[in-house]
Design a protein around this ligand. Structure first.
Ligand SMILES: NC(=O)c1ccc[n+]([C@@H]2O[C@H](COP(=O)([O-])OP(=O)(O)OC[C@H]3O[C@@H](n4cnc5c(N)ncnc54)[C@H](O)[C@@H]3O)[C@@H](O)[C@H]2O)c1
Length: 289
């Protein structure tokens, strides 16, 4: 299948990698060459790691990397069967991209969005001629490892589109779950407010970030503590999700904690900027002090 992934960031590079390693013809696009180069570097590092662990041969790695196409030109999607939209968590940018792709792509192309919390129905309504072919395919971070994909229907999504997307996600070795649209879908409606609460506990001086994470790992059986996970996701993304939950429901329980907003303003976004609740080196490894 010909797949175009828009966005070579934190998620887009890894989603590209998932399609690539499962035999699809993939083009990864972004708005600047430096962002594409960073995405290719991420994929190269991941595949090199698999070679080191003897889970992939050097030849296979080189073959996959040679077959990966990249582009800055949206017209590269002119023969795509499946689009994955993995750009910034902003409805205006997502709609603008989908509307232009609607003019470029063939009639059969399905538009999948990796949005964390935004309305798939609103995105579908922005491309009225293919509203039935718009669907949420919400991968989790890191996408090459995490098994879950929330396959989320807009109100306009056809059964054919849903089934095609669901089967495609399963063919990638993922475990898709069927979700009807609602702000934050399933996981983020539970997970992100929990991270928000953890930030409130830091701000109230009740426990340190490290102790909160240990407490939730050992006390609530979590694999990764809420603040390490929040650093991994990125606080700009966390804030965008909390704002969507708050705006869509009007429920004060979803109010973003002021500490989250302050950290975003400081550029302390987590792993991707080297500093969040914890500190990280340029390879994203935590610097333990
Ligand atoms: N970070 C996470 O853990 C996570 C998990 C699941 C879903 N998501 C969602 O995935 C999407 C991307 O998040 P991310 O964390 O990868 O963000 P990111 O900031 O790491 O990457 C976004 C990329 O999109 C590019 N971009 C912006 N506008 C573009 C356009 N018009 N065309 C092509 N590329 C464009 C940016 O240059 C950037 O490289 C968001 O919708 C986010 O909510 C994020």
């Amino acid at each position: 299948m010909k797949v175009c992934v828009f966005g070579a960031g934190n998620m887009g590079a890894r989603i590209t990698e998932v399609f690539l390693t499962n035999g699809h013809e993939v083009t990864m696009l972004d708005v600047k060459q430096e962002f594409i180069d960073r995405g290719v570097k991420t994929i190269t590092n991941d595949l090199s790691f698999l070679v080191k662990k003897e889970k992939m041969t050097e030849e296979k790695k080189n073959e996959l990397l040679a077959s990966l196409k990249t582009s800055l030109d949206r017209k590269a999607a002119a023969d795509a069967d499946f689009i994955m939209e993995v750009i910034l968590e902003r409805m205006d940018l997502k709609k603008e991209l989908l509307q232009e792709l609607d003019q470029i792509c063939p009639a059969h192309t399905i538009f999948g969005s990796n949005t964390s919390a935004l309305s798939i129905t609103e995105m579908a309504a922005s491309v009225p001629n293919r509203a039935d072919k718009v669907i949420g395919c919400h991968f989790f971070n890191p996408a090459q490892i995490m098994k879950l994909v929330e396959v989320t229907r807009a109100i306009q999504t056809s059964d054919e589109t849903f089934q095609a997307a669901f089967d495609l996600m399963a063919s990638l070795g993922k475990t898709p779950v069927s979700v009807n649209e609602g702000p934050g879908f399933v996981v983020n409606r539970i997970l992100i407010p929990m991270m928000n609460e953890a930030m409130g506990i830091v701000a109230d001086g009740i426990a340190s970030p490290a102790d909160i994470d240990v407490a939730m790992q050992l006390g609530a059986g979590m694999k990764s503590g809420p603040l390490h996970t929040a650093d991994l996701v990125g606080h700009d993304v966390n804030l965008a999700i909390m704002e969507t939950l708050y705006r869509e429901t009007g429920d004060p329980k979803y109010r973003p904690h002021p500490l989250m907003r302050k950290m975003v303003r400081a550029g302390w976004l987590g792993v991707k900027t080297g500093k969040g609740f914890f500190e990280y080196d340029e390879n994203g490894k935590e610097i333990v002090k």
